[in-house]
Design a binder for this molecule. Sequence first.
Ligand code: NIG
Ligand code: FE
Length: 402
Amino acid sequence: MSLLITNIGELVTNAPRDAVSVASPGPFEALTDAALVLDAGHVAWTGPAAQAPSADTMADAAGRAVLPGFVDSHAHLVFAGERGAEFAARMAGQSYSAGGIRSTVAATRAASNEHLRMNLARLAAEMLAQGTTTFECKSGYGLTTADEARSLAVASEFTPEVTYLGAHVVPPEFDGNVAGYVDLVCGQMLAVCAPHARWVDVFCERGAFGADEARAVLAAGEAAGLLPRIHANQLGPGPGVQVAVEAAAASADHCTFLTDADVDALASSGGTVATLLPGVEFSTRQPYPDARRLLSAGVTVAIATDCNPGSCFTSSMSFCAAIAVRDMHMTTQEAVWAATAGGAHALRRTDVGHLGVGARADLVMLDAPSHAYLAYRPGVPLVAGVWRGGQRVDDGQLRSTS
Ligand code: NIG
Ligand code: FE
């Protein structure tokens, strides 16, 4: 059954430039007074409302904006427990360190599969209601073969973008034996986990894993059929970005502390996306990554939430886009592109992050006339409707614009 959505005030398409190639996100593009036809779960037509073809059913957007669904390419959603007290202490002056991860590891190990599933279901629903139609989900709070494997199995019930992060931190039982833990992550744990995952990730940071360990984890993951991505340069300068580019990783995530050589390496990488996670800097009071420097150098930039119980517990892509605009000086167009098409690039997806003909019909309608309202009205719940694969997934009631 086809659906025509007409009277769209602004339709952000990020349509592919080269219609002959496989449809994949192009640069930011928006049409005004537009319409969109969805058919069989895909975008069938976009263009001026006055020229729209007819369809089986019709919806009137009443001048609202329609955007591609958000693509959140970095999230840690399989966990138990919470760290509200750690956050409060941080706001009272304590600094963030990777050590807090261990408290979530203890809670996650003690939790049943059903508890982990319910927690993830709640967060996935929260994301969808806010317009996130694709999300990535990491393991990394189990850190035993059995706990990592069940974390990934639960994640794969909710998303195909599942990431093996056995190398999140060294668990307490391996204190003083980092090499032994890396052997486990690259050996038995990987063998059991790889069938449940698409990606392999490593937290390359002082206090977590060094360059050689990160290289070993990514190489072992690739040998097991996984695609590399990495946590890099979050807490200080380090080798993570260089390791990412060497490994042709799809994305180097965080990129908060970069040297000129790091920026050059990303710019000439031919495909490693810099995924910025401004909610982390907001929630840890760190300096923001220098988005303008990356964009000026020609690096592909994505924005994601990093939703996790420690460094950043927001699931809101709108919020992250608003901070990217306000505090990282991205334009509203750059931020929306980074939160949609950029995320798709970071996940090597051509079917999402844009609304070109043939794209998956994942879209979000805002109770606002343009994408700019995401930053112009920060913190306001602007989502008026969400479609995923052509299906309306919210309550189906368009709220009044008045
Ligand atoms: O991306 N950097 C490592 N991992 C998470 C933090 C996880 C935690 O603090 O629990 C991050 O910020
Ligand atoms: Fe993370």
